[in-house]
Write a protein that binds this ligand. Structure first.
Ligand code: HEC
Ligand code: HEC
Ligand code: HEC
Ligand code: HEC
Length: 461
């Protein structure tokens, strides 16, 4: 876009630095490396304003202050204040100038994060967003031509905000529970929200022809609809003229029809002209596909980060550890203290179940994610491995002990230590167990009866 010579302002609604609070030291250090990479990339991309999301505060406000000398964009937060002094922790708003327009940018956090944030930083307070926004907008409205709010409030609260605080031009929604794409208008305010995780870039185009203040913008949908209609009419008319020329003789009905089309065309052209001196805006969604080439300097940074990150994770148990071992040796390597004994231990008594299971996708579920970068694997492991979080500490595929790789027997049947000497497997397998992993998000086509057919165990009718 910059190459095309467009004038742009780049915003982020926040929650970009961290995922979830890292428990282990390794993860903590990796998270810091990643955060620095992100800040660097945002600098390179030329971000202008970024809202502070609750996840950006994972390492405390201290972290953001520490990195601030290297940050080239502005962090804003309109409702994050110091509990004692009531003062804003970050700038409550930023003002950016573009093409002679002054754009005021504010940022909001949801106040229901107050308790979680205060656990880490007792000195922080998130105030009620609507009131905070109204207070910050006093004076700002007169000075700015456009008011943009970067919001972490979620879909329904964004709407409420648009209804209660007049005079917002644009709300860019980030947070909240809903993952829906939203393009709507409420009380004259445009609200746009994209799918999370950077699959899309949202762009709002403003075209300015009337610079008389106060500057007003109209959504360009209507103009575009007229434009399309005009194109269709023009095409139709041309087609008709060619047909008539081919036929050679005069066809009164056709000629009449053509005259009608031409008069309609004139009408539309006139209507379109009326848009000529209006200021318009529209929203465009750009999928970030492989076709979008990588920036060489950011790619280099990313590679450096990956090398640094990889050093942090020294594989404790090699991924293929079990591969060249005999079954007895494999069984012998399973720690006696582990409540999980692995499919290989079940094999000697449940040969058929084992042979069927090996052929299922469950058996290979850890390999499926091995191609993702190591730092991104941990969040997949709760479903793509067995007993994650209950045993040992592993955060990447290369670290999973072989008897926990994939979705093993014990992911469904429960811990196997002690069976059969001490009795039956503890657990009855139910739909709820599948649903731990086959969530609506991750397994949209899940159907209990149909899926049961494919797991390799005999199902009693
Ligand atoms: C510990 C998490 C977990 C549990 C519990 C679980 N699954 Fe799965 N399941 C997965 C994962 C992950 C995959 C995808 C495997 C892959 O290809 O990487 C999968 C794949 C499948 C598939 C293969 C789908 C296909 O495309 O062929 C079926 C069938 C299936 N599961 C059925 C079940 C049923 C039925 C249950 C409950 C009795 C269940 N699963 C319990 C995680 C789980
Ligand atoms: C909440 C549990 C859960 C999480 C977390 C999860 N997955 Fe899955 N994944 C599944 C299930 C269940 C399936 C099987 C879906 C089906 O076939 O219905 C699956 C299927 C897949 C498949 C398709 C496999 C195939 O054989 O077609 C890929 C690829 C995949 N997951 C990658 C990932 C990655 C990468 C992550 C981490 C970023 C991840 N998953 C996180 C549960 C999960
Ligand atoms: C995706 C979940 C899942 C996995 C993985 C799984 N099972 Fe099952 N298994 C079931 C379900 C469901 C039943 C039906 C009986 C029940 O309700 O417990 C079953 C039944 C059984 C039975 C009794 C019926 C029969 O087939 O003889 C045995 C034994 C058994 N499984 C062993 C195993 C072993 C061994 C493994 C690993 C090699 C394994 N299962 C993996 C879900 C699973
Ligand atoms: C030493 C042989 C042996 C091993 C090893 C073994 N089982 Fe079993 N299993 C049995 C016997 C025998 C029964 C029948 C017991 C009964 O019905 O009381 C049984 C029954 C079952 C059943 C069905 C009844 C129940 O207990 O719910 C399941 C499911 C099962 N085993 C799963 C497993 C899994 C999973 C493993 C590995 C973690 C495993 N077994 C390891 C011998 C074994």
């Amino acid at each position: 876009m910059k190459k095309e010579g467009r004038k742009i302002l780049l915003f982020d609604t926040g929650n970009f630095l961290f995922r979830k609070p890292p428990q282990a030291e390794t993860k903590r250090r990796d998270a810091l490396l990643r955060a620095n990479l992100l800040i660097h990339s945002y600098n390179e991309m030329g971000y202008d304003v970024v809202n502070v999301g609750e996840k950006d505060l994972t390492m405390g406000v201290k972290f953001l202050f520490e990195v601030s000398p290297s940050v080239k964009f502005s962090f804003v937060s309109t409702n994050l204040v110091d509990k004692k002094t009531g003062r804003h922790v970050f700038k409550p708003y930023a003002i950016k100038e573009i093409a002679g327009l002054r754009v005021g940018v504010l940022g909001l956090l949801d106040d229901h994060f107050n308790s979680t944030l205060q656990e880490k930083d007792p000195g922080l307070n998130v105030t009620e967003p609507v009131a905070a926004l109204k207070a910050a907008m006093k004076g700002l409205r007169e000075y700015c031509d456009l008011i943009v709010v970067l919001s972490q409030l979620g879909e329904s609260k964004d709407k409420k905000l648009a209804r209660e605080a007049h005079d917002i031009d644009l709300i860019l929604g980030g947070g909240g529970e809903s993952r829906r794409v939203v393009m709507e208008r409420e009380n004259g305010t445009a609200i746009y929200r994209l799918e999370p995780r950077g699959g899309y870039l949202g762009r709002v185009d403003y075209s300015l022809s009337d610079t008389k203040r106060p500057i007003q913008f109209t959504i360009s949908d209507e103009q575009e609809a007229l434009q399309k209609k005009l194109e269709r009419l023009a095409f139709h008319a041309t087609q008709m003229r060619t047909e008539m020329a081919k036929a050679g003789q005069q066809d009164e009905i056709k000629a009449k029809e053509l005259r009608f089309l031409e008069s309609k065309q004139k009408e539309l052209e006139k209507a379109l002209l009326a848009f000529g001196d209006k200021n318009l805006y529209r929203h465009v969604v750009i999928p970030v596909q492989m076709a979008v080439s990588d920036d060489p300097s950011i790619t280099k940074e990313l590679e450096m980060y990956r090398a640094e990150s990889a050093k942090l994770y020294k594989p404790k148990i090699a991924f293929e550890a079990g591969k060249d071992l005999s079954e007895t040796e494999m069984v012998a390597r399973i720690p006696k203290t582990s409540p999980f004994v692995g499919a290989i231990s079940c094999k000697k008594c449940h040969e058929v179940n084992y042979r069927n299971w090996v052929k299922t996708k469950h058996a290979r579920a850890s390999q499926t994610i091995a191609a993702s970068p190591p730092y991104a694997q941990e969040e997949c492991l709760m479903c793509h491995s067995t007993g994650y979080g209950k045993i040992g500490e592993y955060a990447a595929v290369s670290e999973i002990p072989f008897y926990l790789q994939g979705v093993q027997c014990e992911a469904c049947h429960g811990e196997g230590r002690g069976h059969p000497e001490k009795g039956k497997m503890a657990r009855k397998v139910t739909l709820g167990i599948c649903r731990n992993c086959h969530t609506k998000d991750q397994s949209p086509t899940f159907n209990y009866v149909a899926y049961l057919e494919k797991i390799g165990c005999k199902i009693p009718r």
